[in-house]
Design a protein around this ligand. Structure first.
Ligand code: NAD
Length: 259
């Protein structure tokens, strides 16, 4: 059994990880951490901080918020524990703090743990190489009305992939459009965040040429998609040395692919 300390345990993703772990027979939730602890459901060890319960687990899995991600990384670094971190909306300072912690512990970071999104990113690499560089690229993402950060971490990761493939600067990102700014500049990358209802996560990349377009799309219907990837990352990171790990490392590691 791999013992998990689950940060953000009372949240939507925390509950999805809890359910996936219970169904796996391979993982147990040894302790739950949340600033909004729900002591009755499920029963077990709850804490508002990571440090007091850290020794109960083999790995920390965190889906909370940027502050929670930093606190978890600091607690893990102080005790030499591995961390799987999934919160989005991290600032560059937050990201740098996690990167520093990864010099002493194993940190697995992903803005999206679904295997389908990993496949979407691969497919996008192939599509960008295949279509003319003059084709316009736009990202449209949809999420539930309670999501705090916009655009999503996944949309930003897709935008990074596109910027690298097309050698575009950070300033190429155009978040929504309004007004009469004239024709669309060629070196622009539109990112559009739609919020409403209970959408779990929907990402479309549109590659638009003259008289034709190509659409690559991933739809997450259930948070189980992220939870299974996070558990695979937890399995991966418990045997990894200090360092910074991503979905690519897991999917490309021989004999260690996500199950
Ligand atoms: P949520 O609001 O339902 O749950 C977050 C939980 O974290 C809450 O219960 C909250 O009380 C708790 N929390 C907040 N700050 C904390 C702290 N400092 N310490 C401990 N607990 C804290 O949100 P959610 O939908 O479960 O999403 C959580 C995060 O995961 C968000 O950033 C979201 O964008 C991200 N997310 C990532 C993926 C992925 O695959 N990487 C998938 C879905 C969501």
């Amino acid at each position: 059994m791999i013992r998990i300390v689950l940060v953000g345990a009372a949240g939507r993703m925390g509950r999805a990880v809890e359910a996936a772990a219970a169904a796996s027979g391979e993982f147990e939730i040894a302790a739950r951490v949340d600033v909004r602890p729900e002591h009755s459901q499920p029963h077990g060890v709850w804490s508002t901080e990571v440090s007091p319960v850290l020794a109960r687990g083999d790995v920390v899995v965190e889906f909370s918020d940027p502050k929670g991600a930093r606190e978890a990384a600091a607690a893990c670094a102080a005790r030499g524990a591995a961390l799987v971190s999934g919160s989005t909306g991290l600032s560059s300072d937050d990201e740098a703090a996690l990167r520093t912690a990864s010099q002493t512990i194993a940190i697995f970071r992903a803005s999206n743990f679904s295997l389908g999104v990993a496949a979407l990113r691969e497919a996008l690499r192939v599509a960008l190489a295949a279509v003319p560089a003059t084709w316009d690229v736009e990202i449209v993402e949809r999420h539930h009305r309670l999501k705090k950060d916009s655009p999503s971490g996944t949309a930003l990761a897709l935008a990074d992939d596109i910027r690298k493939a097309r050698s575009l600067p950070g300033s190429a990102l155009r978040h929504g459009r309004q007004g009469a700014a004239g024709p669309r500049p060629a070196a622009e990358l539109g990112v559009h965040a739609v919020r409403g209802g209970s959408w779990v996560g929907d990402h479309q990349v549109l590659l638009a040429g003259e008289g034709e377009w190509l659409e690559l799309r991933h739809v997450a219907q259930d948070r189980a998609a992220f939870a299974h990837g996070a558990l695979a990352a937890a399995r991966f990171v418990t045997t990894a040395g200090p360092g910074w790990y991503t979905m690519e490392d897991m999917l490309r590691a021989p004999g260690r692919a996500a199950r």
